[in-house]
Design a protein around this ligand. Structure first.
Ligand code: AMP
Length: 398
């Protein structure tokens, strides 16, 4: 079965066509600037040259039409015709509090995605347009939605209810939802397989550390706490997001006449690595300038590592111990000084880093010593594959 995985944003549509017989990627690409001047599609079928199609795409339906044209193109394509695409899996950032697992798309599911637009306006709005575009262009093809928040719906109430008046929870559904759930689910499962740990009897701390980042406590295969909250602003320090702050900071930021929206912009777009260093939101720039002696880049890096370490300690306490820590995403997979900085000082907890192993590169590798009581691994995340697997399972069971 060939499954098209679609990750639609408000003005973009990323996709991968995956052959589920051997889980290989047949083609992938991105339709960019949908509805904006300068739209283009970057497409590549595995083993063929990439193509760039610069063509106006005024909406998501036009984008998926163009994607289909390239996927079935005799020269650049991956399949002979559209009947070779058997199902579509859609990535949805926010499923609200009703979507606890992946599901086949129907009107109820779409209405829940719409309700959750309030929590993820850019993402969920775009995802709905993506679903409807696929329904228009591929009528009759089964579609599945996979929610980033679903994995975190197992978090107990004492960890997902905020300490504010209960009516905000009961009436307005203000609570911790978390994010990156599909990634945390994938890497925690792979981590258990890689280490030969029984997932149903394991305590794994999953560190998804990229431009955005979150830490999740995964006990017996289920999320029991996560660092992101109502929105992806809470938690660790990020590229341009502050992570945890005292809410009174917002009041202080607004004292020079900023609106609440401008103050939220400060926390979302001007903070984090960028805000502290004044240099960049990109970890590569932070590491290189810190190494050249930039004190504020070094401070940003120190805060970054310390915050992750603090969450690891908290989640070890939440789970009554930890068997394994897994690092993933752009920084987690690639930046050894961050992994080293995070794990520094965790020896008391049974974490023994092997500095040589930490220098490796690759998709899956161990970085703790053989006698380390807590195992530490790096696993390249693969949200698309997880979405395709869920889609296959649900469509096959229909
Ligand atoms: P992500 O959001 O997962 O794409 O991660 C983006 C972050 O990962 C940025 O801060 C990048 O600097 C960092 N990153 C990605 N690839 C590398 C790499 N090969 N070496 C160092 N940093 C990287």
């Amino acid at each position: 079965m060939n499954i098209l995985v679609v990750n639609a944003g408000s003005s973009s549509m990323k996709y991968q066509l995956i052959n589920m017989d051997d889980e290989t990627v047949m083609a992938k690409g991105n339709a960019e600037r949908i509805g904006i001047e300068g739209s283009k599609l970057v497409h590549r079928a595995t083993g063929k040259d990439p193509v760039e199609v610069v063509q106006p795409m005024s909406n998501h339906t036009e984008a998926i039409r163009l994607i289909m044209k390239e996927l079935t193109d005799p020269e650049h394509g991956a399949v002979s015709d559209m009947s070779q695409i058997h199902a579509v899996g859609h990535r949805i950032v926010h499923g609200g509090d009703k979507m606890t697992k992946s599901v086949i798309v129907d009107d109820y599911v779409k209405s829940e995605i719409e309700k959750a637009i309030a929590w993820a306006p850019l993402h969920n709005g775009g995802a709905l347009m993506g679903i409807e575009a696929c329904e228009n262009v591929m009528p009759g093809v089964p579609m599945v939605t996979v929610f980033d928040t679903a994995f975190h719906q197992t978090i107990p109430d004492y960890a997902h209810v905020y300490g504010i008046p209960y009516k905000y929870y009961a009436e307005n559904r203000i609570r911790r939802y978390g994010a990156h759930g599909t990634s945390h689910r994938y890497v925690s499962q792979r981590c258990a397989q890689f280490l030969g740990l029984p997932l149903e009897n394991s305590r794994i701390i999953s560190c998804h550390v990229g431009n955005g980042g979150s830490i999740t406590a995964v006990k017996n295969g289920q999320s029991v706490d996560t660092s992101m909250g109502l929105t992806p602003l809470e938690g660790i320090l990020m590229g341009s997001r502050s992570g945890d702050v005292d809410p009174t900071v917002v009041e202080f930021i607004m004292r020079d006449g900023k609106t609440i929206q401008e103050a939220m912009d400060v926390l979302n777009k001007q903070s984090g690595l960028l805000g502290v260093s004044g240099v960049s939101s990109d970890m590569r720039d932070i590491v290189s300038t810190a190494q050249q002696g930039n004190a504020r880049s070094q401070l940003a890096l120190n805060i970054f590592n310390y915050r992750i370490r603090k969450y690891i300690g908290a989640y070890a306490a939440a789970m009554g111990g930890v068997d394994a820590i897994v690092f993933t995403a752009g920084i987690g997979e690639n930046v050894q000084v961050v992994r080293e900085g995070v794990l520094q000082g965790l020896e008391w907890m049974g974490v023994k880093l092997d500095p040589e192993r930490n220098k490796q590169r690759g998709d899956e590798f161990l970085i703790s010593t053989d006698d380390s009581p807590v195992k530490v691994v790096v696993i390249a995340t693969n949200e698309e594959l997880m979405i395709a697997r869920d889609t296959l399972a649900l469509v096959s069971a229909q």
